[in-house]
Design a protein around this ligand. Sequence first.
Ligand code: NDP
Length: 460
Amino acid sequence: MPKYDYDLFTIGAGSGGVRASRFSANFGARVAVAEERFMGGTCVNVGCIPKKLFAYASHFSEDFENAAGFGWSIGERKFDWPTLVENKNKEIERLNGIYERLLNAAKVEIFKARARVVDPHTIEVAGKRVTAEHILVATGGWPVVPDIPGKELAITSNEAFFLEKLPGKILIVGGGYIAVEFAGIFGGLGVDVVQLYRGPVFLRGFDDDVRHFLADEMRKKGIDLRFNHNVDCIERSGDKLCAILDSGLEVKVDAVMYCTGRAPNSRGIGLEEAGVELGADGAIKVDDYFQTSVPSIYAIGDVIDRMQLTPVALAEGMAVANTLFNGKRTKMDYANVASAVFSNPNVASVGLTETQAREKYGRVRIFTSDFKALKHTLSGSDERTFMKLVVRREDDRVLGCHMVGPDAGEIVQGMAIALKCGATKAQFDATIGIHPTAAEEFVTMRTAAPDDGEKDGKAA
Ligand code: NDP
């Protein structure tokens, strides 16, 4: 008779939790997972997937405009928001079903209920207590709205995916991934968008050239970007909302959307009572193997707040399954994790920004390219594309690769393999380009930007 009901009990069936549960079961463990909200978690239901579908929808407005230069005449254009939401919902339901079937196929027991940790080996779920040798917390995160008067009038990404009506004008607050993505989505769908960011330029943490370039492109597309601004309070004003800014300025809109970060879902599930240590921001503290301060309890994904990215949570889930049930103690390598922002135009990055590289290695060589894509020679669009490579001087290794432009995520994914392999700039140069593409620019940039080392005429 086994000592515990399960070898692993996972709380949360999002990307990380499902991956860890399925693979642990495939390695022979007896696994159960509890999910109180939706199968597939944030990514599938209120994150990456519906966001990308919305981003596709929003891009058609520009595509119709751009088609004229290629000889197309397009008649009356009309966008129906309820159709988009309904079709998106159907697709998400299909994905929910797939997640459930994957778990069933791996013989993982599913509890569609909230679970709470009672002690290091006991969980309370669906009105009963069960025991497990290991508990994995993969409860993700939740949008945070700062405590300002009228905060209850604001929506977050959770609600934006289900709005009954497309607002005529929206105020988006924040300058991270979600804010710039939704500014592009709503802008493309014809909504009048004002985006506020509290600092001098949004997307803190991204390369500075990328941040400025994207801001210029978004402004060209009609987004009213206002930096160094924040909201003091939100009030109702008839059937509109009025946001009063810290400058005293009033912005009247149909909706205010807050995209000011996500907090780990770590409270109210018995973790602290069981002795699990949390950071000041509520993130669960884990070691290199995702073990918390309670040895039988592990945690992965957004709830540990290392990198809030789906593929990272998947890899962390895989690492836990390998460590616990496959005889391979597995750590994560967080170096050179690529990511994309599905703004309009897209941004994608892998490796170090110029600032990070200079801080770490001193002098670096910088290669940039800023051009109008071939398509736009006929489309009439004034959109431009930007690419940048950051190269370590001492050994020619490419440390960072950054892009703003269509399909940046698709292009930079390939570059990420090169960086992971430690490619040098000479190897980039020796790679023959695919012509005519935007991506070929990454292997044809030859002239380094002048920097302190080149002022005295030294070759780049
Ligand atoms: P981010 O942490 O990326 O950005 C939060 C933004 O809100 C920042 O600009 C921040 O400013 C600002 N902010 C924070 N607090 C306040 C405040 N009190 N008042 C005004 N502004 C504030 O969070 P998101 O919500 O955009 O996204 C959460 C995470 O989800 C991301 O970090 C990302 O990891 C992940 N994600 C990934 C996506 C992708 O891969 N494409 C897409 C969407 C989300 P400041 O910079 O000054 O701190």
